[in-house]
Structure formats: C-alpha cells, structure tokens
Design a binder for this molecule. Structure first.
Ligand code: TMP
Length: 210
C-alpha cells in the first residue's frame, strides 16, 4: 500500500528539469522532509543499463516499438526496485521524467500513438501514476538552443527539430488528459524564477499531504 508522495518533473530537452528538481529537493531536504531524488530512464542498475542501450547514438537501427518497450522495461524495474519501496516507507519520491515522457516522445514524437504507448505503460507500472507532475513549459527550439553547447548529445537529443516539436505537442495532450495532476511552470524565465515557482507548488502539495 502506497503511503508516500510521488512527484515527477517533465518537459522537453533543455527545459531545465534536473536543475529545477535538484533545487526543489535541496529546499525540501533543508526543511527535514524524507526525500529521494531519482531519474528516468535509469535510477537503478538494470534500468541504467537499459538507458545506455536506448540513448547510445550508435543504435541508429533501433525500431520505435523496441524503444517504447525498452523505456517501459526500464520504468518497471525502477518502479519495483526503488520508487515503490520508498513510497511504502512514506518517503517523498521526486523523479525526473516518468510515463508522460513516453507518451510525448514515443506516443506523439515517434508517432507510435498516445493510447498504444499508454497501454504498454499501464502494463509496466500496474497503473501507478504520479500524485503531481511539474511540467516545465518551453518551446522545442528554445530547448534545443539551450542544449546545443553540450559536449555529449544522446540519440534523442540529436533528433531534428520536427521531432522535438511533436514531443511538445505530445506534452500538450498529456496536459489536457491529466490536468488534475499537472502543474505548469513557464520555463522561459530566469532560472531562479522557475525554481521558485516549482518549489512553491511542490511545497503546497507536500504540506497538503503530510
Ligand atoms: P534525459 O535527457 O532527461 O535524461 O532523458 C533522456 C532522453 O530520453 C530525453 O531525450 C527524453 C527521452 N525519453 C523518452 O523518449 N521517453 C521516455 O519515456 C523517457 C523517460 C525519456
């Protein structure tokens, strides 16, 4: 039986998820909350190994359905090994990316279909969905501009702008579908403002829960 609180961060590449979620985690730790911070794809050894296969720029032959299944497999392992045990101990779990990423990137970005990807993922996660999702809202182009200077771009980062624009469209569908749990932050602002808005929203949720 789940007792903790499960919060995810979502957004297109370059939207600042890790910077913002790390700030939120640090603030909440400072207030004494029991938190774990994790990420997808990855978070535990087996899932990190799957991450390596998915994101390796050499794997240009990967079929899109294989990609869907690998993300779902990595997600399941992470959920079973790390997220659910932490929630059962009453912890707050903050995770960079979860199911919504698959819906946006594979469902719409790759064109596999929102419902198809949702169905596969529901099987993988036994319908465990986040209690709250912070969506960092940024255009595909602004996100790509931000990551352009990075030394390493993974297989998905290297996709063309059209793919990333579809991903952002996919996230609009995610927002419509799951409006009850999604909190949108305009990520096209000073990072301090983005961090503050995200933190205030998460803190409100945490206080309402504890
Ligand atoms: P990251 O850069 O946020 O660590 O994520 C790695 C890439 O994987 C990023 O381009 C988004 C992508 N991704 C998907 O395409 N589907 C998914 O289900 C997840 C979790 C990530």
């Amino acid at each position: 039986m789940k007792k903790g609180l499960f919060i995810t961060f979502e957004g297109p590449d370059g939207s600042g998820k890790t910077t913002v979620s790390s700030y939120v985690v640090q603030q909440l730790l400072g207030l004494g909350y029991d938190i774990i911070h994790t990420r997808e794809p990855g978070g535990v050894d087996i899932a990190e190994q799957i991450r390596h296969v998915i994101l390796d720029p050499q794997n240009t032959k990967m079929d899109v359905k294989t990609e869907v299944l690998l993300y779902a497999a990595s997600r399941r392992q992470h959920l079973i090994e790390k997220i659910l045990p932490a929630l059962e101990e009453g912890k707050i779990v903050i995770c960079d990316r979860f199911v919504d990423s698959s819906l946006a990137y594979q469902g719409v970005g790759r064109g596999v279909g929102f419902e198809e990807v949702y169905m596969i993922n529901r099987f993988a996660i036994d319908d465990y969905m986040p209690d709250m999702t912070v969506y960092l809202d940024l255009s595909a182009q602004a996100g790509l501009d931000r990551i352009a200077g990075r030394k390493f771009l993974d297989r998905l980062d290297q996709e063309k702008i059209n793919f990333h624009e579809l991903v952002v469209e996919g996230y609009q569908e995610v927002k419509r579908r799951f409006s009850d749990r999604i909190f949108v932050v305009n990520a096209d602002q000073e990072i301090e403002t983005v961090q503050k808005e995200a933190y205030e929203a998460v803190l409100k949720k945490v206080k309402a829960y504890v």
